[in-house]
Design a protein around this ligand. Structure first.
Ligand SMILES: [Zn+2]
Length: 429
């Protein structure tokens, strides 16, 4: 709630600003005037025109970590509370469903900003990315944005999905519920890596038939995650409603988002072979499976590690192959830029990678460190362009957990020793 006296003062300011003329050209999606007090509080700013979903990001650009935005309509004050359930801001959203006109003065309530957030790099899609991977069209996508540690987390869901997809029989992808899931995963991953370098992170949940990536609808490009629908459905299902379960949807979103750090910002040096997978893929995919299992829920965590163990044991002698040898047995893509292809060695790489990640976490924790600390150290050195090999992972592991970690890598990452699978997997804390 806004204290009455501050609100009254703000309204006087609003009345003055209302005399300001029409909006500037090219001001769409940002404020044309206004500045937030450094310690948080009330700001009055003139909107350049555009969608309600753009407010949090635009507010951040003028120094306001947005708590709520208020506008006067026919003498009444309507508010939009950032991140609140949709009904809270229903009147505001109804009034401005087609966008807030340019030149509209708004009162912004801003949180005190924590001084510890490092400056962010401006979000831009590198030219090397597949065309359209992170683009979407506002007319066909519902958008929700949140601000987390100085990054605008922008979530776009195809309106057909928001309307029709079901998880366990419930509406699955209201943009707000999907944004909740994305925010939760973003915060959790941020907790592992410690930072995200860009001022924007975009997740695009694509609708059927709206997939610029063709045969490879899901991937991860560091600045956000475009998600296709066919990942879970398989090619036989052409449209909604989709047979997701609550858990499979969480698994998929949390996994792909982890790759924004592990696999996109932090990349192994290409091995140069015909395969997409290589000796370092145990960390790229295995650690991602492990961290995803940790985040989804306890039952899923136990089930994932049990599954991984079953697949590992079922592989027999192949299970003890080094990761380089397993990767060499994965199929090469049919052509440049095409999907990596799949066989039982791809599955083994993921599953053995998850088990080795668990065992490495356990080993590091015995010496007072953790896989979190290793991921963070790797991200610190390799998160902004330099590429790593398994030798670098080993070096960081030894620095954190002592010389015994060298033997771990010799045996389970680069060697052919059988994994010491525990009889039960505990949740490592
Ligand atoms: Zn993956």
């Amino acid at each position: 709630m806004m204290p009455a006296r501050r609100l009254a003062a703000a309204l006087v300011g609003l009345a003055c600003l209302a005399l300001v003329g029409p909006s500037e050209a090219g001001a769409e999606g940002r404020f044309t005037s206004g500045e937030a007090p450094p310690g948080g509080g009330v700001a009055i700013a003139v909107w350049g025109g555009g969608a309600v979903a753009d407010l949090p990001g635009a507010a951040l650009a003028i120094g306001c970590d947005l708590r709520s935005a208020w506008a006067t309509v026919s003498g009444r004050l309507l508010g939009s509370i950032a991140g609140a359930p949709a009904f809270v801001s229903a009147e505001f959203n109804q009034q401005f469903g087609d966008g807030i006109p340019g030149g509209t003065p708004l009162i912004l309530l801003c949180r005190a900003r924590s001084g510890s957030v490092a400056p962010k790099q401006a979000w831009a899609i590198p030219a090397s990315y597949p065309a359209g991977a992170l683009q979407y069209d506002r007319a066909r996508y519902a958008v929700d944005t949140r601000v987390i540690e100085g990054t605008v987390v922008e979530v776009a869901v195809h309106r057909d999905l928001a309307a029709a997809a079901r998880i366990d029989g419930e509406a699955a992808h209201s943009v707000a519920s999907f944004a909740d899931l994305v925010s939760e995963a973003f915060r959790a991953h941020l907790g592992v890596f410690g930072s995200f370098p860009y001022d924007r992170y975009r997740v695009v949940m694509r609708g059927p038939g709206d997939d610029p990536l063709g045969s490879s609808p899901t991937s991860e490009w560091g600045l956000g995650v475009p998600m296709g629908t066919s990942v879970i459905d398989g090619p036989a299902v052409s449209g909604p409603p989709h047979p997701y379960t609550r858990t499979s949807a969480r698994d998929w979103v949390v996994h792909e988002m982890f790759h924004a750090w592990n696999g996109s910002l932090m990349r192994p040096q290409p091995a140069g072979g015909p395969q997409v997978y290589q000796a370092e893929s145990w960390l790229v995919e295995g650690a991602t499976v492990y961290y995803t299992a940790r985040l989804v829920d306890d039952a899923f965590y136990a089930a994932e590690l049990r599954d991984a163990t079953q697949d590992y044991l079922a592989a027999g002698r192949d299970g003890t192959l080094s990761f380089a040898e397993i990767a060499a047995r994965t199929p090469a893509p049919a052509g440049p830029g095409l999907a990596p292809g799949y066989n039982e060695y791809v599955r083994l790489l993921y599953q053995k990678g998850a088990l080795v990640s668990y065992l490495l976490d356990e080993t590091l924790r015995r010496s007072g460190s953790s896989l979190d600390a290793l991921m963070r150290a790797m991200y610190g050195e390799f998160g902004s362009g330099r590429q790593y090999t398994n030798a670098d992972v080993r070096r960081h592991a030894i620095a954190l957990g002592g010389g015994g970690l060298g033997a771990f890598f010799d045996a389970y990452v680069e060697g052919d020793a059988a994994l010491p699978i525990p009889s039960t997997f505990v949740y490592l804390r």
